[in-house]
Design a protein. Sequence first.
Length: 136
Amino acid sequence: MEGSRHRLLWDGDCGLCAAAAAWVGGRDVAGRFAVMEWQRAPSPPMTPALAEACRQAVHVLTREGTVLRGEPAIFFSLGELGWKRMSRLGGRVPLVWLAAGAYRLVARHRGRIPALLGQSSACHAGDLSVNVKPDT
């Protein structure tokens, strides 16, 4: 069954990434995604080159075999979750440029963002429970 789903690969050492992955997993009522930490992804599809790329950005491996990285992976995921309009708009100029810049900025500073919001640190190596709480 997992081969018939898209794989969303996120950084298991990043709490911000864990929260985003939990958000996707919680809204994927159709079961379109296998949401997993890239550190726990099986080989194949995980390769040394893909692991290195996943250290830098979220990835989606579509069931058709396309590899999406960063903001295209995010917009694809939103589209699959039913946010088609946002997905299409995110791929158009100039929004695609803004999204790319915003993604790089967030990725670069993901360890500091929760502190700016008054929350605990974004990176908890091995302890993701603080960010994967159900909605209340």
